[in-house]
Design a protein around this ligand. Sequence first.
Ligand SMILES: Nc1ncnc2c1ncn2[C@@H]1O[C@H](COP(=O)(O)OP(=O)(O)OP(=O)(O)O)[C@@H](O)[C@H]1O
Ligand SMILES: [Mg+2]
Length: 289
Amino acid sequence: MASLADVLARSLDPNHSGAEVAENVKMLPPAPGAQHSVDEIAYTRTRVVNVPKALLRENRVISGFAPGPIVDAYKIMCIQTLQRLRALNGNALAVVSPGRHEGKTLTAINLALSFAQEVDQTVLLVDANLREPSVHRYFGFTPEAGLSDYLLSGTPLDRILVNPGVERFVILPGGRPLLNSAEMLGSAKMEKLVQELKMRYPSRLVIFDLSPVLSVADALAFAPYVDAALMVAQEHKTRRQDIVRAAEMLRAVELIGTVLNMAGEASQGAHVARKPGHGWFRRLARRRE
Ligand SMILES: Nc1ncnc2c1ncn2[C@@H]1O[C@H](COP(=O)(O)OP(=O)(O)OP(=O)(O)O)[C@@H](O)[C@H]1O
Ligand SMILES: [Mg+2]
């Protein structure tokens, strides 16, 4: 079995041209020859999914959009996040929110894609919402296995990782939903995986999409393993006191910013908690496309 480092090295080639991206879904054979440096290795055994732009647009995923205000909004958030992460000397970020359906997954995806547009970054997006994994749905593919299979059954990562046809960007899908997800996310095996993902290559960012903080213990159990968290709130839905409660529950991790998602034109996000130490604040407009 290939080591974790080998698998990721093959999957996150910063110089990958995208030329071998398959038409639909394809497992590429291992490259001939054994040892490669990170920079030399293209996608080999990572499953490649070519996602139609129309589907990405429909799902509000920024790689389906031409440069413009949507892409710019995430770019600003990306740069603010990068600056804070670098100041913390960190590269692992959890995207959280107090409740359900507030925009964690879409924010995590678009932030990760925005990071991947930075030439010196590679990005791994981990679907750590093991209750209801959904990252794959935004890209329109069905994972063969995921993080839960790695944690429970030791499924090798090279059978799990997916490249959705975007350079420098790889997804670790969630896999089969778990009821005991908090135990799995707080386990020593998960901690070791995060450490390996974080430590091996300094130019890699690892983004974790998580379950709601206030409804299940997952984010609480997992938070100590990441360097920072980004709090998403939805305008007219997330209550101020819930943001404060969620932030207090996650005090083991540095909260680097707050995103007011689905903000209307007139909103200034005044009801969102902006306590000292909560980092920067961004508004993300509601998108109709
Ligand atoms: N800025 C936005 N504009 C328009 N729609 C959005 C925006 N952000 C999220 N949505 C939509 O809201 C729904 C919930 O978003 P998302 O899946 O990101 O939430 P979530 O917090 O991850 O949910 P869950 O708690 O179930 O994991 C999706 O249909 C998504 O497309
Ligand atoms: Mg989600």
